[in-house]
Design a protein around this ligand. Sequence first.
Ligand code: HEM
Length: 408
Amino acid sequence: MSTDEDFMLKMNGSLQDPYPFYAELRKHSPIVYSKTLETFFVGRYETCNMILKEKKFGHTSYDSEALTPIYDRYIKEYGDKHPKMKRKSLLFLNPPDHTRIRNLVSRSFTPRSIEQLRPFIEKLSEDLLRRNGGNEIDLITDFAAPLPAYVIAKLMGVPESDMPMFKILSDKFAKLLDPISSDDEVYHGYIAKGELGKYFNELIEKKKRDPMDDLLSGMVRDVEGGYNITVEELLTLCSLLLVAGHETTTNLIGNGFYALMKNRDQMEMLVEDRSLIKNAIEEMLRYDPPVQMVERVPMMDDVSIEGQVVPKNKPVAVMVGSANRDEAIFNEPDKFDITRKDIKHLSFSEGIHYCLGAPLARFEGAIAFNKILDHMKGVKMIEEPKYRGNFNIRGLEHLKISYDAFPA
Ligand code: HEM
């Protein structure tokens, strides 16, 4: 990786398998600057972990200089038909606003609210697996994509009939989180974000009139009781919860099952001993994480990382997919081993932005894998799958498999 061109070439050529690129990144230097992306990249575990936990690093507003022309194009062409939501997403906020908004969700998003979803997730998993009959399935399209969408909808109190529309908007919205999205994709991401805001505006009014036992009703109740949050912030929060829980969990199931397919001894071990499911999910998250990188900037001053000065507000891409394979931390990091001990992966990030949905993702993942393994014997891959064109949110387009038996 001697030049920037070389770096870009390797990164762009690594979509299907980024791990050799990461290994080179870790070996080359603790920190690498890409002129083209105007971003520093860090890939070693200790450096990534330090940046995520260190208070000096945070976020600038989302309309950084690089994005402003695209956002302006959106406003110009789309008008202000939709609530403007930039700058307010929890993911991109710093304290004290971050703390205030995060606390509102934490009050209603409790272990009890997750456990209550068990019968729903179990039944939905069964229904999705049985829906198309036969002995073939596309595990992504038929199972892993719809499952989390319906679960988060149920948790929040979104009617199930609206979910197909959400899936489309969520796919477009996710492009905003990818550093290699085209201008056009970013533009359509903003439109999708606006559409989601409009929808939730109406749903919040419904919850005010007719509150139920769901996350959105809980938050609306707190807001009605005087919790300090603006309508704009609440709308952005709703969209984030919906989107953050969709594609990431889809990819946990997809990437995780693909890893099992490629490592049949691990699959067999898991079929035989379901008590390994919890640990297997941690290993899946480490081995091929749904989110490959997160971004931070030095907020107050220039900061030195491993002897390299990073100017204030310059983005640093924290490559969690690389950190999870760091040979300094993990023994035989490229080996998929569901019995691995003490798997301290960074796939849910670290520090104040640690994934709010991690307990739900783990819970849902465990039910999903149990159901899949219960139902499918003699699983075979019909064709070698491909990863979608999103470097950051990593997941398969399809995972077409066949199986021998489907118990009644
Ligand atoms: C396997 C599935 C998931 C993965 C891999 C994942 C990953 C992540 C990561 C890496 C972050 C931190 C980003 C950063 O540090 O900048 C994050 C934050 C977040 N996640 Fe997840 N996530 C998953 C599932 C979910 C689910 C199911 C939900 C919601 C129901 C959710 C809601 C959130 C929220 C709200 C944040 C923002 C937290 C904050 O900024 O304080 N996630 N997630």
